[in-house]
Design a protein around this ligand. Structure first.
Ligand code: FE2
Ligand code: FE2
Length: 195
């Protein structure tokens, strides 16, 4: 009887070992899968972009004419900090290190915003109308990214990561909507009157 118990213990230990080895193999297989690699790369891309946006939103805030638009940029800067920490949680959930990868697209969009500041007059509504469009181009880039990544996370079974990505997606969509509202209610008409 005692021998049998020992055998059982040995066999269950062996089974556990096999299970752990299988899990490790699965984990490394998963890490090498092309879709996983793309997913991680895309996360690094948007992680870089969000960092860049903290400074860009500050510049747009400082350059804006109306208090309403300044507030909108300030609010979104705070949200952007949350987006960064959510991305760090996503990296952790999939056992990857948070790293930034240069995103040429975001660099280009931010440059466009800087060009607008240079080419419009300070204190004008025309500047605000143009800044809103520049900011919305950024939001649309983020919406495309987070929308796609959330769907991929669901497909790959990263449900918690998908929830976090969807939360950020919702905030980017709300920001885009809010910017349209500001433009249509207060800015565009006044900008049209400027000469
Ligand atoms: Fe963001
Ligand atoms: Fe954003």
């Amino acid at each position: 009887m005692a021998t049998k118990t020992t055998e059982n213990t040995t066999s269950s230990t062996t089974n556990n070992k096999v299970a752990i080895e299988n899990a490790t193999v699965k984990e490394s297989e998963m890490k090498n899968a092309p879709l996983h690699k793309f997913f991680v790369d895309a996360l690094k891309d948007i992680y870089y972009a969000e960092h860049k946006l903290i400074d860009a939103l500050q510049k747009m805030h400082d350059a804006a004419t109306t208090e309403e638009l300044k507030d909108a940029f300030e609010d979104h800067q705070l949200q952007t900090k949350k987006h960064i920490s959510r991305l760090e949680k996503v990296f952790k959930l999939i056992n990857e290190n948070p790293e930034q990868k240069k995103c040429e697209a975001m660099d280009g969009l931010i440059k466009e915003g800087e060009e607008i500041i240079k080419s419009t007059e300070e204190g004008t509504m025309t500047r605000d109308a143009a800044l809103i469009i520049a900011a919305q181009k950024v939001e649309h880039y983020e919406i495309a990214t987070y929308g796609g990544l959330a769907q991929l996370a669901i497909t790959m079974g990263h449900d918690k990561a998908a929830d976090l990505l969807e939360k950020t997606l919702q905030e980017e969509e709300d920001t885009d909507y809010n910017l349209t509202e500001i433009a249509e209610t207060n800015i565009n008409f006044d900008a049209q009157q400027e000469d």
